[in-house]
Design a protein. Structure first.
Ligand SMILES: Cc1cc2nc3c(=O)[nH]c(=O)nc-3n(C[C@H](O)[C@H](O)[C@H](O)COP(=O)(O)OP(=O)(O)OC[C@H]3O[C@@H](n4cnc5c(N)ncnc54)[C@H](O)[C@@H]3O)c2cc1C
Length: 413
């Protein structure tokens, strides 16, 4: 069996694993990054970069890319039913929030990593690992997709060969179904009710388009979010109820387009989009011409019982899951990747493990507070359509916890 040696083996090349790989590489630490998929994701998913994330990405040398391709926003418009009620500040001390599709982010992170001399090993799945006296031995299967089945042919994965990867440390950045977390025997505790959203990204006829700000629309039983995309399209996410759960998924697409018609996606047909807009946002006048992406996604609120053990750490969705509207999973995930990267660098250089322990403890505490909404501002009273959602505003607003109390006061005033 072929064997590779490295300092840190990273399982998962989503935005969080890629950022960690880049940070470690720039710190002079050797990494191997494996991902079981064939390529990065292809849709906008978490498309808002919090100001703190923009600062971080600029530190990684991505400033010029963001300046030219990621539109900046300093405010978010809030509607209570059909009435605009306020504009919330989104900017941090140094940067505005920027809109950048997750597929764009993954692509530029991978390109940057390659320019630093590291190639992601796509089609390589971590299948097992164990601790050794000097570190970790990871077993990774190189896989290929093959067309199988008669009559209803489909693509399936097959292992071609296995690799052994000896590393001093393993990081599971392997997403919500994390093999790393499961192999460590950690639980992934559900903290509260899942949220289900129907998502539509679409273009309109040129003459129909209007400039929009990131917008949240509160109704007593649902929240909807409108985002202008970096390409000048629109993305609506409408909260829906459990009747939609049969069509729910939480896997990232790897194909460039959805070859679809309404029959292929009955739960998110075009008529439904028009209906949602008419009922929840009648002020939104652009007429959808072409739906580029549609999906029904279930977002759970979960946190791992520990953020790793021994020579293994978790980061990003493998450690925690939050709602989609505040985009905390990716933004905090990438900021945690930086802390973990620095902690690992210190451990590898100076044999000092205290920062890794602090990383685990801080991450756990921060997410427990966020998901339990403990950082909410006192007993504030919000407009009637917003009040029923008071207990989930902490992870609904795209604002980090240190600015949240001020923004909540603004919403209540
Ligand atoms: C349809 C959809 C819509 C979404 N919309 C939003 C949204 O509006 N707002 C929001 O905040 N978030 C949204 N998300 C969630 C967001 O995409 C995730 O929070 C984000 O991708 C987490 O980043 P990550 O790097 O931690 O994990 P991921 O991006 O999930 O990356 C994990 C990677 O690990 C790889 N992997 C898994 N197992 C293994 C293994 N055993 N070996 C090797 N590699 C492995 C996977 O292939 C994947 O590439 C959405 C997700 C989906 C699927």
């Amino acid at each position: 069996m072929k064997t590779l040696s490295t300092d840190v083996l990273i399982a998962g090349a989503g935005p969080v694993g890629l950022l960690l790989a880049l940070w470690l590489t720039r710190n002079g630490v050797r990494v191997v990054v494996v991902d079981c998929a064939a390529s990065p994701g292809t849709h906008s998913y978490a498309l808002g970069l919090h100001p703190e994330t923009v600062t971080l990405l600029k530190e990684c040398g991505l400033g010029p890319t963001l300046e030219s391709h990621a539109p900046a926003h300093s405010e978010m418009l809030v509607y209570a039913e059909e009435e605009p009620v306020t504009r919330l500040p989104l900017a941090g001390k140094q940067e505005p929030l920027r809109v950048f599709g997750q597929h764009q982010l993954e692509s530029v992170l991978e390109t940057k990593l390659r320019s630093e001399g590291v190639e992601v090993l796509w089609c390589h799945a971590l299948t097992d690992f164990c601790e050794t006296p000097d570190g970790i031995e990871g077993i990774v299967d190189e896989r290929e997709e093959r067309l199988v089945g008669y009559a209803s042919a489909h693509l399936d994965w097959f292992a071609r060969r296995s690799l052994k990867i000896n590393a001093r440390f393993l990081v599971g950045a392997d997403g919500h179904r994390s093999l790393t977390r499961r192999r460590l025997g950690l639980t992934f505790r559900e903290i509260g009710k899942a949220e289900i959203f129907a998502v539509f990204e679409f273009v309109c006829r040129d003459e129909d388009t209007i400039p929009v700000l990131p917008t949240l629309v509160f109704h007593p039983k649902s929240i909807s979010a409108l985002w202008p995309t970096a390409q000048g399209n629109y993305r609506w996410a409408f909260e829906v109820d459990a009747r939609f759960t049969r069509n729910v998924r939480r896997e990232k697409d790897r194909y460039l387009a959805q070859w679809s018609n309404d029959a292929a996606f009955p739960a998110v047909e075009e008529g439904l989009l028009r209906d949602f807009i008419a009922k929840r946002a009648p002020w939104f006048t652009p007429k959808p011409k072409n739906i580029l992406w549609r999906s029904v996604v279930r977002f759970e609120r979960r946190i791992a019982s520990e953020i790793g053990k021994g020579r293994v750490a978790l980061v990003g969705d493998s450690a925690h899951l939050g709602g989609p509207l505040g985009m905390h999973s990716v933004n905090l995930g990438m900021q945690e990747a930086r802390s973990l990267g620095d902690a690992l660098t210190r451990w590898i250089r100076d044999d000092e493990a205290s920062d890794i322990l602090a990383y685990r403890e801080n991450t756990l505490n921060r997410w427990q507070a966020l998901l339990a909404n403990q950082s909410q501002a006192g007993s504030a009273v919000y407009p009637a359509a917003i009040q029923p959602h008071a207990n989930r505003l902490a992870w609904t607003l795209p604002v980090p916890d240190d600015r949240l109390a001020a923004v909540l006061r603004e919403l209540a005033s």
